[in-house]
Each structure stands twice: as structure tokens, then as C-alpha cells.
Write a protein that binds this ligand. Sequence first.
Ligand code: SAM
Ligand code: DTB
Ligand code: SF4
Length: 348
Amino acid sequence: MSSPIRHDWTPSEVNALFALPFNDLLFKAHSVHREYFDPNAVQVSTLLSIKTGACPEDCKYCPQSNRYDTGLEQEKLMEVEKVLAEARAAKATGASRFCMGAAWRSPKKKDMPYVTAMVKGVKEMGLETCMTLGMLTEEQSQELAEAGLDYYNHNLDTSPEYYGEIITTRTYQDRLTTLSNVRKAGLKVCSGGIVGMGEKASDRAGLLIQLANLPEHPESVPINMLVRVEGTPLADEADLDPFDFIRTLAVARIMMPASHVRLSAGREEMNEQMHALAYFAGANSIFYGEKLLTTPNPEANKDLKLFERLGIKPEERGVEHSDEDEQAVLQASLQQAQNDRFFYDATA
Ligand code: SAM
Ligand code: DTB
Ligand code: SF4
């Protein structure tokens, strides 16, 4: 392979990647993508908010912070049975990973038996499991690993330099410590950030340098486009140039060639052409299903239809997904998407 896995990226070379002509950058990213991945496979995860709102943190982008009036209805931790029912439904639509998110600064001792029960139950269905619960200690990471958790999502969000403009209630080092605790427990790491919060290209470079220069690359790198939610301090942030978003995906692909790069939040504002460009630039994972945590996401069927038009298949994952039933479900969903392309409801 001509693109090695590196952990020594410098600001000057990453800034130079961002400054490349768009076509040169895309060609480079796509070439790297083909060295490590099937370019026509995209991994699909489903997201569920297991505890919504009333978060004590002050992340300026977040509709769930208790500092901002976003009209969000706060909820207690969801019952384990309800979470399992949602996971079953996600499996039935062909998702391979089920991600559970909580609006916490960090989980409390009393929360742990519930979240570990959720992990065990979802795992038993043959789905990969992922959680995002805020900061974790080494012991909590271990507890989740023992319950069968596969991935932990904890984002660095932006560069160390810009971070203070966005969050004041936890430090960048707190985030790095959680990532290190998660690694020590043997969990796979999902970590990325948000683009479109008023940061400079050098901040996007700074975020990717932090991620790529970790002792191991995160297996999954979500790149979120800011969802501007009424009531949050970033609600009126200027439009992001869509090509700058694609550039960020492309540079992430080049710097972390073996990681899944997730085209994450913000897809509701992206058209099909933008999705196709993102997949070409090296994005090979999405959140699938009509809701992210609290904001809308494209309907699963819309994604499947686009997959079909582009010749993309949902990625099969490990032994869990060689399971015949699941393959049948996926095939049925794809068939449905294919049919929907040619027929419409004439009664509507
Ligand atoms: N409370 C936990 C934490 O922050 O560590 C976990 C849940 S939190 C909602 C997970 C991630 O969602 C954040 O780190 C941020 O990257 C992303 N996120 C939240 N609100 C967003 C928004 N409006 N637009 C884009 N991404 C967002
Ligand atoms: C990530 O990087 N993006 C997801 C997931 N990890 C937890 C969350 C996106 C949230 C978007 C705003 C919302 O729906 O509340
Ligand atoms: Fe809380 Fe997470 Fe939202 Fe920050 S991003 S306010 S920690 S839910």
C-alpha cells in the first residue's frame, strides 16, 4: 500500500492539503479510499437518544444544553425495554450498528446498570453497539466493555485553539483523557467533530491533526455539519461553503486511511449530488433513520434509493451480519427502494 498509517501529521502539510485545488484533493482522497476500502460500500448506523435534554454542559451548538431555550422536551433515561424495541426496529431496516446517546456530562454510578443492560440486550440481537454518554472514567469504560460495548463515541469537536469559543464546561484535555480511558478498556473509538461553527480551515486541520496523531486512529471519524438549532448561540451562524465540508471529509480520508469516515449530522441540508460527492471523497458511513438525537435526518428509504442509484451497498459487518435473516431484511429493503423508484402512489 502506498498510503501508510501515520501519526506525525504537521500543521503545514495538513493546511497544504486543505489548500489544494478541489479536484486534486478529491483525486488524492479517492485514491487513498480505494487502497483501503471497497468504494461502493457504506456502513449504516442508527442513532437513538436514550436520555434527552437538560444537559448541564454549555456546548454552543447543542439543543440539549440546559443553558439555552430550544423548546426541547427533556426526558428521563429511557426504559431498557423501549431501547431494545427501537434496536429491533433499526435492525429490521438494515442498520448494522445501534448508537445510543445521552445528554450527560458523564454517567452517574446509578446509571451504569441501566446502560450496561441496554448494551447486553442490543448485542444479543446481533447488532454492533455504540454509546455516547459524555466523559468516562477507566472503570466505567471497563464496565461498558465487559457488557459487550463495541464502540464509544466522544468527539473532540474542533481544534484545541477554537475549542474555548464553543465549550467552557469541560476542557480539551478532559476529552482526550476520556478517549484514552476508552482505548485502555479495549473499546473501539468513534471520535470526530463539527464543521461550520465559524472556525477557520486551520481549525479543521487542527481537529484532524489531533485525531490522526492519537496513538491509534479512531476506527470511526464522524464529521458533522453544524445543525443550526433555534435558541442555541450558533443558531445564526453563516452558511458553510459546501465544498469546504467536502474538503474536510477528503482530508480526514487521507489522514486516517483505514478509518470509517462518517458523513454525520447535517445531511438534511445536503442534496443527492452533495451526498455522492461526499461518498467519492471517502465518506463511508452514515447515520440512517429519520432522526439523529433530537433533529431530523433523511428517511432511510431516501438513503437506500440513492444507494441504489449510485450502486452503493450497505456494508456487511463481521459474523453478526453474515446472518441469513439479516441479509434477507437488507435485500428486501433494497428491493423496496428499487421498486419505489418506478412506482408512485397514484391515490395520494
Ligand atoms: N453528551 C455527550 C457528549 O457531548 O459527550 C454525548 C452526546 S452529544 C449530543 C454528541 C455529539 O453530537 C457532540 O459531541 C457533537 O459533536 C454532536 N452534536 C451535538 N449537537 C450538534 C449539532 N447541533 N450539530 C452537529 N453536531 C452536533
Ligand atoms: C456524532 O458525531 N454525531 C451524532 C452522534 N455522534 C451522537 C449526534 C448528532 C447530533 C445532531 C443534533 C441532534 O440531533 O440533537
Ligand atoms: Fe451536553 Fe453533549 Fe450537548 Fe454538550 S453536546 S450540551 S455534553 S448533550
